[in-house]
Design a binder for this molecule. Structure first.
Ligand code: HEM
Length: 459
């Protein structure tokens, strides 16, 4: 029977199926049809054509797509673990050890979940950096930048809520330390801390709360907000097109078909990423310490690595500055970046201009050199160091503001930097400083959070 005749005799279900997934009757042999069917379904999500210049791998490094692949890996492995995991202090730890030891591929599934989550934090941050440095936040992508920041926030919430679930010493005390930071928020700190913990201490209420957020709220928000993110990318006609500073924005860029040009690249990159994550998961186990013991704190007790930059700040600044003012100022500053008045639409221009690039390099060098110097200087300054009072609390703030002022002054004198490039240099300086603070927090803080060499810290 011809395809047209068959369609006429199909029942209601087949007609709906055909109209949703297959589109119109397609002439040609079976192989051609399969391609077009595939194409038709896919084209509901992806564009038919993409600008040729955006295909170059080094333009986006595929970081947004990689983030999506990791989110999907997290969903798949997370669902598998939910068949075994039990969210109660009495059973959580045993259910994790039994997952690792008694369930076929249980350890691999847990490792893959762990590494995907950690890679996602790093890759989403690199994606943010790429978008920023290629001016991907200018009109018409301003709102999508803010949507991306919301995604980043929920990636962190997902990581943080998942951290407690194994209920081992590491997770118990990391969450104790991190939620204790909330108490520093003026006036509402205590209440915020109680809200996060579901009571005054980390308890079964905390575990149930974190489990619910981790397995329902965070995934639901990630799905909804990612959908919004991708829709905005499509509305902006794909990713920003790379161009030189003296080149105008192209109205009708040379384009190529999405299939096979972009799709094959995306599938290849996704396969390579999954292979790397699985390889790391086979070679390196996700950490699992002894079962949580609320009566015995490890020394040092550290927050999860992505919060260690802020824990490091706590050692130098007044707690309100470290835990409230700096994170709040960073959030407002990053959300406001697309809405600053720029001299022109700089989308697609790598680091705005040649002078912007030079200032960016100066910012990285300054951040990497000055931050460790300030950390060591603060450590060596004469005791007593009571950060919550008088000069002790103000001195580090003055030192940091002085560094920023000198940095901007020198850039102005040497490079006559325009306002936009100055803001960019400051963003890079802040990110470089945050990297150093995190590295110091992870590898150079030993017992009592004192400075030490990594090989002296052990364990
Ligand atoms: C789960 C996390 C995220 C996923 C899955 C994701 C995914 C993507 C994808 C697939 C693209 C297009 C291709 C590419 O640029 O590689 C994209 C573009 C974009 N993303 Fe994200 N992203 C995430 C987080 C973020 C974050 C944290 C930001 C920054 C605040 C951000 C801001 C943007 C913007 C502004 C664009 C358009 C940029 C351009 O046109 O060049 N995204 N994202």
């Amino acid at each position: 029977m011809a395809e047209e005749d068959r369609q006429q005799h199909d029942g209601l279900f087949h007609r709906i199926w055909r109209s949703v997934f297959r589109g119109p009757v397609i002439p040609g042999n079976d192989r051609d049809r399969r391609w077009v069917v595939f194409n038709t379904l896919l084209l509901h999500f992806r564009p038919t054509q993409v600008p040729e210049r955006t295909l170059r791998y080094t333009h986006t490094f595929g970081l947004g797509g990689m983030s999506l692949v990791l989110v999907l890996l997290l969903f798949a492995t997370g669902i598998l673990m939910m068949f075994v995991y039990q969210p109660s202090p009495a059973a959580a730890y045993d259910s994790v050890t039994s997952l690792q030891e008694d369930v076929l591929f249980g350890r691999l599934v847990r490792n893959t979940h762990h590494w995907s989550a950690n890679f996602l934090v790093g890759i989403a941050l690199l994606h943010l950096l790429r978008v920023y440095l290629t001016g991907g936040y200018h009109t018409p992508r301003q709102f999508n930048w803010v949507v991306g920041l919301v995604l980043l926030l929920f990636i962190l919430v997902g990581n943080f809520t998942g951290y407690l679930l194994p209920w081992d010493q590491l997770s118990y005390w990391a969450i104790t330390i991190s939620t204790a930071m909330l108490a520093y928020v003026p006036r509402v700190g205590e209440r915020l801390q109680q809200l996060a913990r579901g009571g005054p201490e980390i308890s079964s209420a905390t575990l149930i709360g974190f489990y619910t957020l981790h397995t329902t709220v965070v995934p639901a928000v990630l799905i909804a907000v990612s959908a919004l993110h991708f829709w905005r990318v499509r509305k902006a006609r794909g990713v920003v097109i790379p161009r030189r500073p003296d080149e105008a924005v192209e109205d009708k860029p040379v384009s190529v078909l999405f299939l096979p040009n972009l799709l094959t690249r995306e599938v290849a990159a996704a396969c390579a990423l999954v292979a790397v994550v699985v390889l790391v998961s086979v070679l390196c186990n996700a950490p699992l310490g002894a079962e949580a013991n609320p009566g015995m704190s490890p020394n040092p007790a550290k927050a999860p690595w992505y919060f260690l930059g802020f824990q490091e700040l706590l050692l130098h600044f007044h707690p309100v500055i470290a835990v409230v003012l700096i994170p709040l100022a960073l959030a407002v500053f990053f959300a406001a970046l697309p809405y600053i008045r720029y001299r022109e639409n700089l989308s697609g221009v790598w680091m705005m201009s040649a002078v912007g690039r030079r200032a960016g390099i100066a910012a990285v060098v300054t951040g990497f050199v000055v931050t460790p110097v300030l950390i060591v200087a603060d450590e060596l300054r004469p005791a007593p160091v009571d950060l919550s009072s008088g000069l002790s609390g103000i001195l580090p703030v003055v030192a940091v503001l002085a560094v920023i002022a000198v940095f901007v002054f020198v850039l102005q004198r040497r490079l006559a930097l325009p306002k936009e490039e100055t803001v960019q240099a400051l963003v890079i300086l802040m990110l470089a400083a945050m990297v150093v603070l995190t590295v110091v927090g992870v590898w150079f803080r030993g017992a009592g959070m004192s400075l030490a060499w990594p090989w002296e810290i052990g364990g």
